[in-house]
Write a protein that binds this ligand. Structure first.
Ligand code: SER
Length: 857
């Protein structure tokens, strides 16, 4: 039995032998085709060749193409999970002829591969042709009996890429799995028993936006065969999910959920089976899309991904999962497909983190959403109704993040439908409300009535003479102005306007329609036509320029260090700092921040010229690695800022430095989170960076000073503590002294002070001598580092009869040590800690014996 890897490579090998160039799969995110959200067919990357606007160095090609069919003309999302052979993501094996061979060879190749090489049973093959395509019909008669060649109309046998673009009649090969070969009536009937395996399209038209078909200059062949289906057939599996392409994912789900996958065809609609198929399918679409640079979001492509993910998350809930699980399948998928598609392996951690954080976000509201849904359903049941009101669907969307199609899916499961018309109406109302909110803000600011225009001359000059073209209160617009109006994150310039001998301070500048409006410090007395001398605050502008160029360099440095998923989510360029928000899923490490800073400052030192070029949008889009923002609307003519064309190329209307060293130094001063999956970096350049470094220096000095003061205080406190300790020990010593019973008139006092120093013991001994004055002997001990330290002292009257040195030496000997000293006070040490209490206990007796035998030493 061939593995999926072998099927894939034997397909490519077959067409290599037939003179085809094997090309890599295009990314699943089409770059540069606004008519497509996702690559939906192998031919997408050759669209220009078919239309005659592009060429390739070959006329025959083959590949395996990553496809996603979840939107637009080809959308299989709803089927996925409920049958055995639809997918949101799949691989399409394809071969192409660009004006080279046509119907005859295309059919012959397909036949040879399926029948001669892969040994599919001929009696199970059917062909379909477009209803008027007699040529294809005749060719098929060479291979198949007429009862297994079927004619179908546009719906089944005329393939189109989208609403517009290359298209043409097709012929398809179907495989009959019925045990008794009764499949003729089941062709194109939507059953897994007879399944389409290969579509050969004869591309010969371009569908224009008005719907007409424009014949192409050349005729082409475009074929597509779903890898998952052909693998199922070659592995003799009833379901694509039973093949080695999906089994690892299904196994992992069984393990994680502790539930068996119901594989029996009789159990096709078992909820656990549906859920496992949905999740196994969706994790593939999500992973491949993210690997190619897409991210879940609120609009367009991003929202399609979010819908897929939320659909999968709801099914995961049905399987009993209450914590993120989809992301745990990513390593399984990478293991299976990472060799063929290395981008999966390269982006693995981004994929996992992205999916996980999306799951977490949705799980926060999923339960409450489901509960709300149940309340709505219960209410409907009570009222005997079958349609979920648009209001309920809208609430689920707006409050709980349920995409409409998820609500519809849950409704279908309960035999209900959703009032989508009312839903759309409510969506539109919400959009209108936010449009109004935005408008009100602007309208309140200004309402210029005439058709005047302002020209921006601030790229070239910071000072210029012009005339007022519009004025109202403290708002003035000039025919030409060097003042930059706030845009693209860059703050507005400030400066002065001199009008008829009066000098006005410009506080803010905004673009309103075609006007650049200056907001000045007081009402302007002059009227339209008056001469004006406009002067931008040059120093401030220079600081803004350094921060703007620094922002571009930072953006590229972030991408290089963190990965190509980094996309700008917002930015602020001010004279004293820059703020840059971007998509990324975790906190930046200190090492990453350092590396980013290093790249930036290295670029600055390279002394690169920063230059701009104005060009048609179409040309700009073709520049490799150009940065432009999907959310932004660009005109036909755009301005492109280059900082070394291999490093940073960005569509931007802002003002920049001329050479990078003007930026001076860049320091990142803050890194934080703004929202799920969006991080923020704040940085400073030029003078602001210098000020920042100086401020750090001051702080350091202050810190050092504070540390010195602190050390001083600590020393004082330590001293106090020490005194306090000695005082307290004195009190204790006093107490034992008064309690001690004099023997032969002599007070013999012993005491262990744990944790005392020899020095402290000496102080205590002195204290004893001065307070007791006569007839007193003290022996003090402490234990330090498993050794005994002893201090012995006697009052002056006993110095001769009982010298302290002799006493302490004697005691120390009993503890395995030695020592000595003067007659009034002496110290010693010993090792035998355990014997200390007994030795102290016996000290009194020792003194006694000394008194009786005065000669001993
Ligand atoms: N473009 C056709 C399809 O997608 C054949 O590759 O089915």
């Amino acid at each position: 039995m061939m593995s999926s890897e072998e099927v894939r490579s034997s397909f490519l090998e077959f067409f290599r032998e037939k003179g085809h160039t094997i090309v890599p799969s295009a990314p699943v995110i089409p770059h540069g085709d606004p008519t497509l959200l996702f690559t939906n067919a192998g031919m997408n990357q050759f669209k220009d060749v078919f239309l005659g606007t592009g060429t390739r160095p070959y006329t025959r090609a083959a590949d395996t193409q990553k496809c996603i069919r979840v939107s637009g003309k080809h959308n299989d999302l709803e089927e996925v999970g409920y049958d055995t052979y639809h997918h949101t993501f799949f691989e399409m094996l394809g071969n192409w002829s660009f004006g080279d061979y046509y119907k005859e060879e295309a059919i012959a190749y397909a036949w040879e591969l399926l029948v001669d090489r892969w040994k599919l049973p001929v009696e199970r093959l059917h062909a379909t042709v477009f209803r008027t395509d007699d040529e294809a019909y005749q060719i098929w008669l060479r291979y198949l009996p007429p009862e297994r060649i079927h004619r179908f109309d546009e719906k089944d046998n005329f393939w189109e890429m989208g609403d517009t673009g290359p298209c043409g009649p097709s012929t398809e090969i179907h495989f009959d799995r019925t045990p008794d070969l009764s499949g003729a009536a089941l062709v194109n009937a939507g059953t897994p028993d007879v399944i389409e395996i290969w579509n050969l399209v004869f591309i010969q038209f371009n569908r224009l936006p008005d719907g007409t078909l424009q014949p192409l200059q050349k005729k082409h062949v475009d074929t597509g065969m779903g890898l998952e289906r052909i693998v199922a057939i070659l592995q003799d599996k009833w379901s694509n999910y039973d093949t080695d392409l999906f089994q690892p994912l299904i196994r992992a789900l069984e393990e994680l959920s502790g539930r068996p996958y119901p594989a029996d065809p009789e159990q096709l609609l078992h909820p656990d089976g549906v859920a496992m198929r949905v999740i196994a399918d969706h994790v593939r679409a999500l992973s491949f899309a993210i690997a190619d640079g897409a991210l879940p979001g609120n609009e367009g492509r991003g929202y399609v991904l979010r819908r897929i993910l939320r659909r999968a998350a709801r099914y995961a809930r049905n399987l009993g999962f209450h914590t993120p699980v989809i992301y745990q399948l990513v390593p399984v998928l990478v293991d299976k497909m990472g060799d063929v598609f290395p981008e999966l392996r390269e982006q693995q951690s981004t994929i996992e983190r992205t999916i996980r954080s999306e799951e977490e976000m949705f799980l926060a509201t999923l339960d409450r959403g489901i509960a709300h849904f149940e309340t709505v359903v219960a209410q409907l049941e009570k009222e005997g109704k079958k349609v979920i009101p648009g209001e309920a669907a809208f609430l689920l969307y707006d409050t709980f993040g349920f995409p409409l199609d998820l609500t519809q899916l849950m409704a279908r499961e309960r035999g209900l439908s959703v009032d989508t018309e009312r839903f759309e109406q409510l969506m539109e109302e919400q959009r209108e409300r936010s449009r109004q909110a935005r408008k009100v803000e602007q309208v309140e600011v200004i309402t210029p009535q005439d058709t005047a225009e302002s020209e921006f001359i601030g790229y070239e000059t910071l000072e210029g003479e012009s005339r007022i073209v519009w004025v109202e209160d403290n708002k003035v617009a000039l025919a030409a102005t060097p003042f930059y109006a706030e845009a693209g994150g860059q703050v507005a310039d400030t400066g002065t306007l001199e009008i008829e001998g009066e000098r006005y301070r410009v506080k803010d500048v905004q673009r309103v329609g075609d006007l650049i409006v200056h907001f000045v410090d007081r009402p302007v007395t002059a009227s339209a036509g008056a001469r004006v001398l406009a002067k931008v605050d040059a120093r401030r502008r220079q600081e803004i320029r350094t921060h703007h160029s620094a922002t571009h360099i930072l953006h590229e440095a972030l991408r290089r260090v963190l990965g190509s998923h980094v996309k700008q989510a917002g930015s602020l360029v001010a004279p004293d700092h820059l703020r840059f928000d971007f998509s990324h899923y975790e906190k930046l490490t200190p090492e990453q921040l350092r590396e980013i800073e290093e790249i930036i400052n290295e670029k600055i030192r390279e002394n690169i010229e920063v230059y701009t070029e104005v060009m048609p949008l179409e040309k700009a889009q073709k520049i490799p690695n150009v940065k432009m923002f999907f959310g932004d609307k660009y005109g036909d003519i755009v301005r492109v800022v280059f900082i070394d064309e291999k490093f940073s190329v960005e569509l931007c209307g802002g003002t920049h430095v001329e050479r990078t060293p003007e930026i001076g130094l860049v320091k990142i001063v803050e890194e934080s989170s703004v929202a799920a999956g969006v991080r923020r970096v704040v940085a400073v350049s030029s003078e602001a960076a210098e000020a920042y470094v100086r401020q750090l220096e001051d702080q350091l000095k202050q810190a050092a000073e504070r540390e010195r003061d602190l050390m001083e205080k600590i020393r004082k406190l330590e001293k106090q503590l020490e005194n306090f300790k000695v005082e307290s020990m004195k009190r204790q010593l006093e107490e034992v002294t008064t309690q001690s019973q004099p023997v032969n008139g002599i007070r013999v006092v012993t005491r262990i002070f744990e944790d005392a120093t020899v020095d402290q013991l000496k102080q205590l001994a002195d204290f004893f001598r001065t307070t007791v004055k006569k007839q007193g002997i003290v022996l003090l001990a402490t234990i330090r580092k498993d050794k005994v330290q002893l201090v012995c002292a006697v009052t002056d009257d006993l110095r001769e009869r009982l010298p302290a040195g002799t006493l302490v030496r004697e005691v120390a000997r009993q503890l395995g040590g030695g020592g000595g000293g003067q007659s009034h006070m002496a110290t010693a040490g010993g090792r035998d800690v355990a014997r200390l209490p007994a030795v102290l206990e016996a000290f009194s007796a020792l003194v006694q014996s000394k008194l009786e035998t005065p000669a001993s030493s």
